[in-house]
Design a protein around this ligand. Structure first.
Ligand SMILES: [Zn+2]
Length: 407
């Protein structure tokens, strides 16, 4: 089948939903093409059902000029895969010293601003960034982390890090940064979007700020909704599984991610915040890395999980366990992120899902160049079988004659 026929697909038992929008992916080009390219990342996006992705600007060079935005847009268009929306830096070169020209970058097509990976440490500069972003009518996507508190940490600070003897990143490193960011958002009246919130207290701070009427939004990643810090120690139990899964070797660098995998209590609080609307969007923070950056000691490995292609089955696992309604999860992948960006959900973008299909995650099976996921070897349930961009079928997978209906 090369045409999209919604009725026929639904009649055959497939779930057909609007194309997913991912607020947070790293495409690594220019500068780190061994880890991912715009083309490979945009293809991986389609495999995961994401028809629109926002490209983070922490490339080399960083996306801080209209010329670099134009180049990114041209390359994405040539790839003819997912739509790629450029996010420009907040500061020149992401150095945190001097603001980029946010108004000019917005005019050149930047949909938002972010120094993701590097929070803007200087509060005065960040205030100024919020004011310019407000004038440009774009949100600021902030990576909330107090760098002094998180310094040298490689995993969540708690019982597991103590057992393993690894330096920890306390929950407070995120929460303190969020408290500051919220205060500055209030001062500026800008649209502040907090990236990858990961702790119970973080979402409580956002919940209160929303109740106070602040224009704040936030996102959560599928890995923070499904995995805990016990995975660093070799546990492979997904949060909602009653029975422990087979164990893996501890210190597997594919579990190293920033912010780190947190505790079971945090995971439950994130699902509650998703259910009550405190969390606006689910974003993958797709962070592919070439194996040379991961096949090293835990302390030295790069942070990040390759997440585009496994996001949906992880989320469906939570839905099947009764932790959130399917509609809530789909909204957080479509209308939620669109609202954060202030755009409409594209009319003719669709994602078709076989909820009953099971598949095993393998390095060879991933379209992304980043094979860095702790889910390698694991069987997942639920698979994207078609992605449609602007009415054009750009990805077609295994369309079985009669998928088993899951209700
Ligand atoms: Zn980040």
């Amino acid at each position: 089948m090369t045409t999209f026929d919604r009725r026929a697909l639904e009649a055959a038992g497939y779930l057909v939903v609007p194309g997913f929008i991912d607020l947070h992916v790293h495409l690594r080009e220019p500068g780190f093409e061994d880890s991912e390219t715009i083309a490979s990342g945009a293809r991986a996006a389609l495999r995961g059902g994401f028809t629109t992705v926002c490209a983070m600007p922490n490339t080399e060079p960083a996306i801080d000029s209209p010329g670099l935005i134009a180049e990114l847009v041209a390359r994405a268009k040539a790839a003819n895969a997912a739509r790629v929306l450029p996010v420009a830096t907040i500061t020149r070169g992401r150095k945190g010293k001097e603001l980029a020209d946010l108004v000019e970058l917005a005019a050149a097509g930047a949909v938002a601003f972010s120094d993701d990976g590097s929070p803007v440490d200087d509060a005065r500069l960040f205030r100024s960034a919020l004011e310019y972003a407000r004038a440009a009518d774009r949100p600021v996507l902030e990576h909330p982390q107090d760098l002094a508190l998180s310094a040298r940490g490689v995993m969540h600070e708690g019982r597991v890090s103590a057992d393993l003897g690894l330096p920890g990143i306390p929950a407070a490193a995120e929460e303190a940064a969020i408290a500051r960011d919220l205060a500055l958002a209030k001062l500026s009246g800008a649209r502040l979007h907090l990236q990858h919130v990961s702790t119970a207290r973080s979402v409580e701070l956002v919940r209160r700020a929303k109740a106070d009427g602040l224009a704040v939004t936030c996102e959560v990643t599928p890995h923070h909704l499904a995995l805990t810090d016990a995975w660093v120690a070799g546990d492979r139990t997904v949060a909602w599984e009653g029975r422990p899964s087979p164990r893996a070797t501890p210190f597997d660098a594919s579990t190293k991610v920033n912010p780190p995998l947190r505790t079971e209590g945090d995971v439950r609080a994130l699902w509650d915040a998703l259910a009550d609307g405190t969390i606006d969007a689910i974003a993958t923070d797709h962070a592919p890395h070439a194996s040379v950056k991961k096949d090293v000691e835990y302390d030295l490995a790069a942070f990040g999980i390759s997440g585009l292609e496994t996001a949906l089955p992880l989320l469906l696992g939570g839905v099947d366990a009764g932790w959130a309604a399917l509609d809530t999860v789909i909204a957080a992948l479509t209308t939620g992120p669109a609202r954060v960006l202030g755009i409409d959900v594209p009319d003719d973008d669709w994602t078709v899902v076989d909820r009953a299909a099971t598949w095993i995650v393998t390095a060879a099976g991933l379209a992304s160049k980043g094979k860095n996921t702790p889910l390698l070897g694991r069987e997942l349930r639920g698979r994207v079988v078609m992605s449609v961009v602007g009415g054009d079928v750009r990805y077609e997978g295994d369309l079985r004659a009669a998928p088993l209906a899951v209700r």
